[in-house]
Design a protein around this ligand. Structure first.
Ligand code: GDP
Length: 471
Protein backbone atom coordinates (compact mmCIF):
# COMPACT_ATOMS: atom_id res chain seq x y z
CA UNK A 1 0.00 0.00 0.00
CA UNK A 2 2.83 2.38 0.86
CA UNK A 3 5.30 3.68 -1.71
CA UNK A 4 8.24 5.32 -0.08
CA UNK A 5 9.70 6.72 -3.26
CA UNK A 6 10.45 10.44 -3.42
CA UNK A 7 7.55 12.74 -4.29
CA UNK A 8 7.40 16.36 -5.36
CA UNK A 9 4.77 19.00 -6.11
CA UNK A 10 4.09 22.70 -6.20
CA UNK A 11 2.73 23.25 -2.70
CA UNK A 12 1.34 26.72 -3.08
CA UNK A 13 -1.89 27.55 -4.85
CA UNK A 14 -1.82 28.41 -8.53
CA UNK A 15 -2.51 32.03 -9.10
CA UNK A 16 -0.96 35.18 -10.34
CA UNK A 17 1.29 35.51 -7.27
CA UNK A 18 4.96 35.28 -8.17
CA UNK A 19 6.26 33.31 -5.20
CA UNK A 20 5.67 29.61 -4.81
CA UNK A 21 7.09 26.53 -3.16
CA UNK A 22 8.21 23.25 -4.71
CA UNK A 23 8.25 20.58 -2.03
CA UNK A 24 10.19 17.33 -2.22
CA UNK A 25 9.75 14.52 0.29
CA UNK A 26 11.49 11.16 0.54
CA UNK A 27 14.80 9.35 0.58
CA UNK A 28 16.19 11.03 -2.51
CA UNK A 29 15.13 14.59 -1.61
CA UNK A 30 18.59 15.74 -0.51
CA UNK A 31 20.34 13.97 -3.37
CA UNK A 32 18.10 15.66 -5.94
CA UNK A 33 18.56 19.07 -4.31
CA UNK A 34 22.32 18.55 -4.29
CA UNK A 35 22.33 18.13 -8.07
CA UNK A 36 20.21 21.16 -8.97
CA UNK A 37 20.97 23.72 -6.24
CA UNK A 38 24.03 25.95 -6.34
CA UNK A 39 24.55 27.87 -3.10
CA UNK A 40 27.48 28.76 -0.84
CA UNK A 41 27.53 25.30 0.69
CA UNK A 42 26.37 21.99 -0.64
CA UNK A 43 23.16 20.47 0.70
CA UNK A 44 25.13 17.71 2.42
CA UNK A 45 27.01 20.26 4.51
CA UNK A 46 24.13 22.43 5.70
CA UNK A 47 22.28 21.82 8.97
CA UNK A 48 18.70 20.60 9.21
CA UNK A 49 15.92 23.19 9.38
CA UNK A 50 17.97 26.00 7.86
CA UNK A 51 17.29 28.21 4.85
CA UNK A 52 19.79 28.92 2.10
CA UNK A 53 20.03 31.37 -0.74
CA UNK A 54 21.17 30.07 -4.10
CA UNK A 55 20.27 29.25 -7.70
CA UNK A 56 18.49 26.36 -9.34
CA UNK A 57 20.68 25.24 -12.23
CA UNK A 58 19.89 22.60 -14.83
CA UNK A 59 22.80 20.16 -14.48
CA UNK A 60 22.46 19.08 -18.13
CA UNK A 61 23.19 22.44 -19.76
CA UNK A 62 24.17 24.66 -16.84
CA UNK A 63 21.28 27.10 -17.45
CA UNK A 64 20.02 29.08 -14.46
CA UNK A 65 16.31 28.58 -13.85
CA UNK A 66 15.62 30.75 -10.78
CA UNK A 67 17.03 32.42 -7.72
CA UNK A 68 15.62 30.64 -4.72
CA UNK A 69 15.56 30.16 -0.98
CA UNK A 70 15.93 26.50 -0.11
CA UNK A 71 14.97 24.85 3.17
CA UNK A 72 16.48 21.54 4.23
CA UNK A 73 14.65 19.46 6.84
CA UNK A 74 15.85 16.09 8.13
CA UNK A 75 13.24 13.44 8.88
CA UNK A 76 11.65 12.49 11.17
CA UNK A 77 11.14 16.04 12.48
CA UNK A 78 9.12 16.97 9.39
CA UNK A 79 5.49 16.94 8.31
CA UNK A 80 5.86 13.63 6.44
CA UNK A 81 8.57 12.33 8.81
CA UNK A 82 10.75 11.92 5.71
CA UNK A 83 13.58 14.14 4.50
CA UNK A 84 12.06 17.27 3.00
CA UNK A 85 13.40 19.99 0.73
CA UNK A 86 11.33 23.10 0.09
CA UNK A 87 12.38 25.38 -2.72
CA UNK A 88 10.98 28.87 -2.45
CA UNK A 89 10.93 30.17 -6.02
CA UNK A 90 10.52 33.77 -7.07
CA UNK A 91 10.14 33.68 -10.82
CA UNK A 92 6.39 33.07 -11.23
CA UNK A 93 4.35 30.05 -12.21
CA UNK A 94 6.24 29.13 -15.39
CA UNK A 95 9.56 29.06 -13.54
CA UNK A 96 7.90 27.14 -10.72
CA UNK A 97 6.80 24.48 -13.19
CA UNK A 98 10.30 24.32 -14.69
CA UNK A 99 11.82 23.71 -11.26
CA UNK A 100 9.27 20.97 -10.62
CA UNK A 101 10.02 19.36 -13.99
CA UNK A 102 13.71 19.41 -13.20
CA UNK A 103 13.13 17.80 -9.79
CA UNK A 104 11.08 15.08 -11.46
CA UNK A 105 13.67 14.53 -14.16
CA UNK A 106 16.27 14.09 -11.44
CA UNK A 107 14.37 11.26 -9.79
CA UNK A 108 11.24 12.40 -7.92
CA UNK A 109 7.69 11.43 -8.83
CA UNK A 110 4.84 13.92 -9.09
CA UNK A 111 2.84 13.63 -5.85
CA UNK A 112 -0.77 12.54 -5.99
CA UNK A 113 -3.36 14.86 -4.44
CA UNK A 114 -2.95 14.75 -0.67
CA UNK A 115 0.05 12.46 -0.79
CA UNK A 116 2.22 14.54 1.55
CA UNK A 117 -0.54 14.42 4.15
CA UNK A 118 -1.13 10.74 3.46
CA UNK A 119 2.51 10.08 4.27
CA UNK A 120 2.22 12.12 7.45
CA UNK A 121 -0.64 9.79 8.39
CA UNK A 122 1.02 6.55 7.30
CA UNK A 123 4.22 7.46 9.12
CA UNK A 124 2.26 8.04 12.31
CA UNK A 125 2.74 11.80 12.38
CA UNK A 126 -1.02 12.56 12.43
CA UNK A 127 -4.16 10.47 12.74
CA UNK A 128 -6.91 10.29 10.17
CA UNK A 129 -9.18 12.96 11.66
CA UNK A 130 -6.20 15.30 11.63
CA UNK A 131 -5.44 14.46 8.01
CA UNK A 132 -9.04 15.21 7.11
CA UNK A 133 -8.78 18.48 9.01
CA UNK A 134 -5.98 19.45 6.64
CA UNK A 135 -8.43 18.97 3.77
CA UNK A 136 -11.01 21.06 5.59
CA UNK A 137 -8.56 23.87 6.21
CA UNK A 138 -7.67 23.94 2.54
CA UNK A 139 -11.36 24.07 1.63
CA UNK A 140 -12.58 26.20 4.54
CA UNK A 141 -14.98 28.92 3.47
CA UNK A 142 -14.94 31.22 6.48
CA UNK A 143 -12.63 32.08 9.32
CA UNK A 144 -14.75 30.19 11.83
CA UNK A 145 -14.90 27.00 9.84
CA UNK A 146 -11.15 26.99 9.47
CA UNK A 147 -10.93 27.40 13.24
CA UNK A 148 -12.98 24.23 13.72
CA UNK A 149 -10.72 22.45 11.26
CA UNK A 150 -7.66 23.71 13.13
CA UNK A 151 -9.00 22.36 16.41
CA UNK A 152 -9.47 19.03 14.68
CA UNK A 153 -5.94 19.15 13.33
CA UNK A 154 -4.74 19.57 16.89
CA UNK A 155 -6.56 16.34 17.59
CA UNK A 156 -9.37 17.44 19.89
CA UNK A 157 -11.96 15.33 18.10
CA UNK A 158 -9.64 12.32 18.12
CA UNK A 159 -9.14 12.67 21.86
CA UNK A 160 -12.90 12.38 22.39
CA UNK A 161 -13.32 9.49 19.99
CA UNK A 162 -10.31 7.67 21.37
CA UNK A 163 -11.66 8.04 24.90
CA UNK A 164 -14.91 6.36 23.84
CA UNK A 165 -13.07 3.66 21.95
CA UNK A 166 -10.69 2.97 24.83
CA UNK A 167 -13.67 2.42 27.08
CA UNK A 168 -15.13 -0.03 24.58
CA UNK A 169 -11.87 -1.92 24.17
CA UNK A 170 -11.48 -2.11 27.96
CA UNK A 171 -15.02 -3.42 28.25
CA UNK A 172 -14.46 -6.06 25.56
CA UNK A 173 -11.25 -7.21 27.25
CA UNK A 174 -13.02 -7.50 30.58
CA UNK A 175 -15.95 -9.46 29.13
CA UNK A 176 -13.65 -11.79 27.20
CA UNK A 177 -11.45 -12.45 30.20
CA UNK A 178 -14.57 -13.31 32.19
CA UNK A 179 -15.83 -15.65 29.45
CA UNK A 180 -12.52 -17.27 28.55
CA UNK A 181 -11.17 -17.93 32.03
CA UNK A 182 -14.17 -18.87 34.14
CA UNK A 183 -11.97 -20.96 36.43
CA UNK A 184 -9.36 -18.31 37.08
CA UNK A 185 -9.44 -16.03 40.04
CA UNK A 186 -9.94 -12.78 38.16
CA UNK A 187 -12.21 -9.85 38.82
CA UNK A 188 -15.20 -11.06 36.81
CA UNK A 189 -17.41 -8.48 35.16
CA UNK A 190 -21.08 -8.40 36.19
CA UNK A 191 -23.96 -7.79 33.83
CA UNK A 192 -24.75 -4.62 35.71
CA UNK A 193 -21.22 -3.32 35.09
CA UNK A 194 -21.59 -4.05 31.38
CA UNK A 195 -24.87 -2.19 31.30
CA UNK A 196 -23.45 0.84 33.13
CA UNK A 197 -20.46 1.06 30.81
CA UNK A 198 -22.71 0.79 27.76
CA UNK A 199 -24.89 3.64 29.05
CA UNK A 200 -21.82 5.78 29.65
CA UNK A 201 -20.45 5.14 26.17
CA UNK A 202 -23.86 5.79 24.65
CA UNK A 203 -23.91 9.24 26.25
CA UNK A 204 -20.41 10.04 25.03
CA UNK A 205 -21.36 9.12 21.47
CA UNK A 206 -24.64 11.02 21.42
CA UNK A 207 -22.82 14.14 22.69
CA UNK A 208 -20.40 13.81 19.80
CA UNK A 209 -23.22 13.37 17.35
CA UNK A 210 -25.13 16.42 18.54
CA UNK A 211 -22.06 18.53 17.79
CA UNK A 212 -22.19 17.38 14.19
CA UNK A 213 -25.07 19.59 13.03
CA UNK A 214 -23.32 22.64 14.38
CA UNK A 215 -20.01 21.60 12.88
CA UNK A 216 -21.65 20.93 9.55
CA UNK A 217 -23.32 24.33 9.49
CA UNK A 218 -20.06 26.07 10.34
CA UNK A 219 -18.28 24.22 7.57
CA UNK A 220 -20.80 23.91 4.79
CA UNK A 221 -23.03 26.84 5.51
CA UNK A 222 -26.77 27.21 5.35
CA UNK A 223 -28.98 27.85 2.41
CA UNK A 224 -31.19 30.89 2.83
CA UNK A 225 -33.88 31.83 0.34
CA UNK A 226 -35.28 35.35 0.14
CA UNK A 227 -38.89 35.53 -0.97
CA UNK A 228 -41.36 38.36 -1.31
CA UNK A 229 -43.43 40.30 -3.79
CA UNK A 230 -41.79 42.27 -6.58
CA UNK A 231 -40.19 45.50 -5.39
CA UNK A 232 -40.35 44.59 -1.72
CA UNK A 233 -36.55 44.98 -1.50
CA UNK A 234 -35.09 41.49 -2.06
CA UNK A 235 -32.19 42.58 -4.24
CA UNK A 236 -31.50 45.49 -1.91
CA UNK A 237 -31.27 43.06 1.02
CA UNK A 238 -28.81 40.92 -0.86
CA UNK A 239 -26.74 44.00 -1.54
CA UNK A 240 -26.86 45.04 2.10
CA UNK A 241 -25.70 41.58 3.18
CA UNK A 242 -22.93 41.27 0.64
CA UNK A 243 -21.86 44.84 1.13
CA UNK A 244 -21.69 45.77 -2.51
CA UNK A 245 -24.01 46.29 -5.44
CA UNK A 246 -24.27 42.78 -6.77
CA UNK A 247 -27.86 42.60 -7.88
CA UNK A 248 -29.33 45.28 -10.06
CA UNK A 249 -31.81 47.30 -8.05
CA UNK A 250 -34.48 49.29 -9.84
CA UNK A 251 -38.05 50.36 -9.42
CA UNK A 252 -39.10 48.41 -12.47
CA UNK A 253 -40.26 44.90 -11.70
CA UNK A 254 -38.54 42.29 -13.83
CA UNK A 255 -35.04 43.71 -13.84
CA UNK A 256 -33.43 40.83 -11.98
CA UNK A 257 -33.74 37.97 -14.38
CA UNK A 258 -32.17 34.93 -12.84
CA UNK A 259 -32.15 33.52 -9.38
CA UNK A 260 -29.14 35.16 -7.80
CA UNK A 261 -26.91 33.22 -5.47
CA UNK A 262 -24.29 34.66 -3.23
CA UNK A 263 -22.02 33.30 -0.49
CA UNK A 264 -21.85 35.64 2.46
CA UNK A 265 -20.33 35.38 5.89
CA UNK A 266 -22.75 36.02 8.73
CA UNK A 267 -20.99 35.94 12.11
CA UNK A 268 -18.69 33.21 10.88
CA UNK A 269 -21.37 31.06 9.27
CA UNK A 270 -21.23 30.74 5.50
CA UNK A 271 -24.70 31.54 4.19
CA UNK A 272 -25.71 30.86 0.62
CA UNK A 273 -28.36 33.43 -0.10
CA UNK A 274 -30.74 32.91 -2.95
CA UNK A 275 -32.77 35.82 -4.22
CA UNK A 276 -35.84 34.58 -6.01
CA UNK A 277 -36.45 37.98 -7.58
CA UNK A 278 -36.16 36.47 -11.05
CA UNK A 279 -39.37 34.57 -10.55
CA UNK A 280 -41.33 37.79 -10.93
CA UNK A 281 -41.23 37.35 -14.71
CA UNK A 282 -43.84 34.63 -14.39
CA UNK A 283 -45.96 36.82 -12.20
CA UNK A 284 -46.35 37.81 -8.62
CA UNK A 285 -44.50 35.21 -6.57
CA UNK A 286 -46.84 35.62 -3.64
CA UNK A 287 -49.91 35.03 -5.80
CA UNK A 288 -48.34 32.23 -7.77
CA UNK A 289 -46.45 30.38 -5.16
CA UNK A 290 -46.79 27.31 -7.30
CA UNK A 291 -43.93 28.46 -9.52
CA UNK A 292 -41.66 25.45 -9.74
CA UNK A 293 -38.34 27.22 -9.27
CA UNK A 294 -39.37 28.95 -6.08
CA UNK A 295 -40.97 25.85 -4.73
CA UNK A 296 -37.79 23.93 -5.30
CA UNK A 297 -35.66 26.67 -3.77
CA UNK A 298 -37.92 26.74 -0.74
CA UNK A 299 -37.96 22.97 -0.37
CA UNK A 300 -34.20 22.67 -0.18
CA UNK A 301 -33.73 25.80 1.95
CA UNK A 302 -32.55 25.77 5.56
CA UNK A 303 -33.92 29.24 6.11
CA UNK A 304 -36.62 31.35 4.46
CA UNK A 305 -36.32 35.10 4.70
CA UNK A 306 -39.72 36.48 3.81
CA UNK A 307 -39.93 40.17 3.08
CA UNK A 308 -43.11 42.16 3.54
CA UNK A 309 -43.60 45.72 2.40
CA UNK A 310 -44.41 47.89 5.41
CA UNK A 311 -46.30 50.33 3.22
CA UNK A 312 -48.58 47.74 1.64
CA UNK A 313 -48.88 45.87 4.91
CA UNK A 314 -49.43 42.19 5.52
CA UNK A 315 -51.89 40.69 3.06
CA UNK A 316 -53.92 37.50 2.92
CA UNK A 317 -51.56 36.29 0.19
CA UNK A 318 -48.58 36.79 2.50
CA UNK A 319 -50.35 34.74 5.15
CA UNK A 320 -50.95 31.95 2.63
CA UNK A 321 -47.30 31.87 1.69
CA UNK A 322 -46.27 31.70 5.34
CA UNK A 323 -48.58 28.74 5.89
CA UNK A 324 -47.27 27.08 2.75
CA UNK A 325 -43.71 27.13 4.06
CA UNK A 326 -44.65 25.89 7.49
CA UNK A 327 -42.12 23.69 9.21
CA UNK A 328 -39.11 25.64 7.93
CA UNK A 329 -37.05 28.14 9.83
CA UNK A 330 -38.50 31.51 8.83
CA UNK A 331 -37.58 35.09 9.52
CA UNK A 332 -40.04 37.78 8.43
CA UNK A 333 -38.69 41.20 7.52
CA UNK A 334 -41.05 44.13 7.59
CA UNK A 335 -39.14 46.19 5.07
CA UNK A 336 -39.21 49.86 4.06
CA UNK A 337 -39.93 50.69 7.67
CA UNK A 338 -38.31 54.08 7.00
CA UNK A 339 -41.35 54.98 4.89
CA UNK A 340 -43.83 54.39 7.72
CA UNK A 341 -41.93 55.41 10.80
CA UNK A 342 -39.00 57.52 11.77
CA UNK A 343 -36.26 55.85 13.71
CA UNK A 344 -37.32 55.39 17.31
CA UNK A 345 -40.92 56.37 16.63
CA UNK A 346 -42.92 53.15 16.51
CA UNK A 347 -46.37 54.69 16.78
CA UNK A 348 -47.28 54.08 13.15
CA UNK A 349 -46.18 50.45 13.28
CA UNK A 350 -49.33 49.58 15.21
CA UNK A 351 -51.50 51.10 12.48
CA UNK A 352 -50.00 49.01 9.70
CA UNK A 353 -52.35 47.04 7.52
CA UNK A 354 -52.62 43.42 8.59
CA UNK A 355 -50.32 43.92 11.53
CA UNK A 356 -52.60 42.05 13.90
CA UNK A 357 -52.74 39.03 11.68
CA UNK A 358 -48.96 39.18 11.35
CA UNK A 359 -48.64 39.31 15.10
CA UNK A 360 -50.97 36.38 15.61
CA UNK A 361 -48.94 34.33 13.15
CA UNK A 362 -45.84 35.34 15.01
CA UNK A 363 -47.32 34.13 18.29
CA UNK A 364 -48.67 30.92 16.77
CA UNK A 365 -45.58 29.86 14.90
CA UNK A 366 -42.86 31.54 16.92
CA UNK A 367 -41.64 33.40 13.86
CA UNK A 368 -39.35 36.34 14.44
CA UNK A 369 -40.34 39.60 12.78
CA UNK A 370 -37.65 42.19 12.22
CA UNK A 371 -38.32 45.73 11.07
CA UNK A 372 -35.82 46.65 8.40
CA UNK A 373 -34.90 49.39 6.01
CA UNK A 374 -32.58 48.76 3.13
CA UNK A 375 -32.30 52.50 2.78
CA UNK A 376 -30.73 53.25 6.15
CA UNK A 377 -29.59 49.71 7.06
CA UNK A 378 -31.94 49.41 10.03
CA UNK A 379 -32.44 45.84 11.27
CA UNK A 380 -29.63 44.24 9.26
CA UNK A 381 -27.65 43.62 12.43
CA UNK A 382 -30.67 42.04 14.12
CA UNK A 383 -31.17 39.82 11.10
CA UNK A 384 -27.58 38.59 11.25
CA UNK A 385 -27.87 37.92 14.97
CA UNK A 386 -31.12 36.05 14.50
CA UNK A 387 -29.60 33.82 11.81
CA UNK A 388 -26.72 33.01 14.11
CA UNK A 389 -29.11 32.33 17.00
CA UNK A 390 -31.38 30.08 14.92
CA UNK A 391 -28.60 27.88 13.62
CA UNK A 392 -25.91 27.66 16.20
CA UNK A 393 -27.60 29.03 19.28
CA UNK A 394 -25.74 32.33 19.11
CA UNK A 395 -22.12 32.48 20.25
CA UNK A 396 -20.26 29.27 19.64
CA UNK A 397 -16.69 30.11 20.49
CA UNK A 398 -16.85 28.48 23.90
CA UNK A 399 -17.84 24.97 22.87
CA UNK A 400 -16.12 24.81 19.53
CA UNK A 401 -13.63 22.20 20.70
CA UNK A 402 -13.85 18.82 19.11
CA UNK A 403 -16.80 19.65 16.87
CA UNK A 404 -17.38 17.15 14.15
CA UNK A 405 -17.54 18.61 10.67
CA UNK A 406 -17.15 15.54 8.62
CA UNK A 407 -19.97 13.40 7.23
CA UNK A 408 -17.79 10.31 7.34
CA UNK A 409 -17.10 10.82 11.04
CA UNK A 410 -20.74 11.42 11.83
CA UNK A 411 -21.97 8.33 10.01
CA UNK A 412 -19.41 6.15 11.78
CA UNK A 413 -20.28 7.58 15.20
CA UNK A 414 -23.91 6.92 14.34
CA UNK A 415 -23.15 3.31 13.40
CA UNK A 416 -21.20 2.86 16.62
CA UNK A 417 -24.11 4.33 18.56
CA UNK A 418 -26.54 1.92 16.85
CA UNK A 419 -24.33 -1.01 17.78
CA UNK A 420 -24.26 0.15 21.40
CA UNK A 421 -28.04 0.44 21.35
CA UNK A 422 -28.25 -3.11 19.96
CA UNK A 423 -26.02 -4.28 22.79
CA UNK A 424 -28.26 -2.57 25.34
CA UNK A 425 -31.36 -4.19 23.78
CA UNK A 426 -29.60 -7.56 23.86
CA UNK A 427 -28.82 -6.98 27.51
CA UNK A 428 -32.47 -6.20 28.29
CA UNK A 429 -33.56 -9.32 26.42
CA UNK A 430 -31.33 -11.36 28.67
CA UNK A 431 -28.91 -12.47 25.93
CA UNK A 432 -25.67 -14.09 27.08
CA UNK A 433 -22.49 -12.03 27.32
CA UNK A 434 -20.85 -13.64 24.30
CA UNK A 435 -23.69 -12.34 22.12
CA UNK A 436 -23.63 -8.85 23.58
CA UNK A 437 -19.89 -8.57 23.03
CA UNK A 438 -20.36 -8.91 19.24
CA UNK A 439 -22.22 -5.60 19.11
CA UNK A 440 -19.65 -3.98 21.35
CA UNK A 441 -16.85 -5.14 19.08
CA UNK A 442 -18.66 -3.67 16.07
CA UNK A 443 -18.92 -0.32 17.83
CA UNK A 444 -15.18 -0.32 18.58
CA UNK A 445 -14.48 -1.19 14.94
CA UNK A 446 -16.53 1.79 13.68
CA UNK A 447 -14.82 4.25 16.01
CA UNK A 448 -11.43 2.89 15.00
CA UNK A 449 -12.24 3.71 11.40
CA UNK A 450 -12.56 7.40 12.28
CA UNK A 451 -9.05 7.82 13.60
CA UNK A 452 -7.61 5.28 11.18
CA UNK A 453 -6.80 2.49 13.59
CA UNK A 454 -9.00 0.05 11.68
CA UNK A 455 -9.41 1.62 8.29
CA UNK A 456 -9.28 -0.07 4.92
CA UNK A 457 -7.02 0.93 2.02
CA UNK A 458 -10.01 1.78 -0.08
CA UNK A 459 -11.31 4.35 2.42
CA UNK A 460 -7.82 5.82 2.81
CA UNK A 461 -7.39 6.35 -0.90
CA UNK A 462 -10.81 7.94 -1.12
CA UNK A 463 -10.04 10.37 1.70
CA UNK A 464 -6.67 11.45 0.40
CA UNK A 465 -7.86 11.91 -3.15
CA UNK A 466 -9.93 14.87 -1.91
CA UNK A 467 -6.74 16.87 -1.43
CA UNK A 468 -5.22 19.10 -3.99
CA UNK A 469 -1.80 18.12 -5.23
CA UNK A 470 1.01 19.51 -3.14
CA UNK A 471 -0.66 19.16 0.20
P1 GDP B 1 -37.00 43.38 -5.31
O1 GDP B 1 -37.86 43.50 -6.51
O2 GDP B 1 -37.72 42.70 -4.21
O3 GDP B 1 -35.65 42.79 -5.56
O4 GDP B 1 -36.78 44.89 -4.79
P2 GDP B 1 -35.56 45.85 -5.00
O5 GDP B 1 -34.49 45.51 -4.04
O6 GDP B 1 -35.20 45.90 -6.45
O7 GDP B 1 -36.16 47.21 -4.51
C1 GDP B 1 -37.22 47.86 -5.21
C2 GDP B 1 -37.18 49.34 -4.87
O8 GDP B 1 -37.47 49.58 -3.50
C3 GDP B 1 -35.86 50.02 -5.13
O9 GDP B 1 -36.07 51.29 -5.67
C4 GDP B 1 -35.23 50.14 -3.77
O10 GDP B 1 -34.34 51.22 -3.67
C5 GDP B 1 -36.45 50.36 -2.90
N1 GDP B 1 -36.28 49.89 -1.54
C6 GDP B 1 -35.86 48.64 -1.13
N2 GDP B 1 -35.84 48.58 0.22
C7 GDP B 1 -36.20 49.79 0.69
C8 GDP B 1 -36.35 50.34 2.02
O11 GDP B 1 -36.15 49.69 3.05
N3 GDP B 1 -36.76 51.63 2.11
C9 GDP B 1 -37.02 52.40 0.99
N4 GDP B 1 -37.42 53.63 1.18
N5 GDP B 1 -36.89 51.92 -0.24
C10 GDP B 1 -36.48 50.62 -0.41
Amino acid sequence: MFNNDTIAAISTSYGSGGIGIVRISGEKAFEIAERIFKGKKSIRQVKSHTIHYGKIVDPQDGSIIDEVLLTKMDGPSTFTRENIIEINCHGGIIVLKKVLELVIREGARLAEPGEFTKRAFLNGRIDLTQAEAVIDIINAKTARSSKVALEQLEGKLSVKIKAARDKLVGLIAHIEATLDYPEEDIDKITEMQIYNSLEEIRNMLSDLLSGFDKGKIIKEGIKAVIIGRPNVGKSSLLNQLTGYSRAIVTDIPGTTRDIIEEYINIQGIPVRVIDTAGIRETGDIVEKIGVEKTKKAIESADLIIMMIDAVDGFTQADANVLRFIKGKKIIVLLNKIDLVENEGDTSKFHELKGINELKSIQELEGITIIKTSMKDGRGINDLEKEISRLFIGGEIDTDIEGLMTNVRHASLVEKALNSINDAIIAYHEGMPMDCIVIDIRNAAQYLGEITGETVSDEILNHIFSRFCIGK
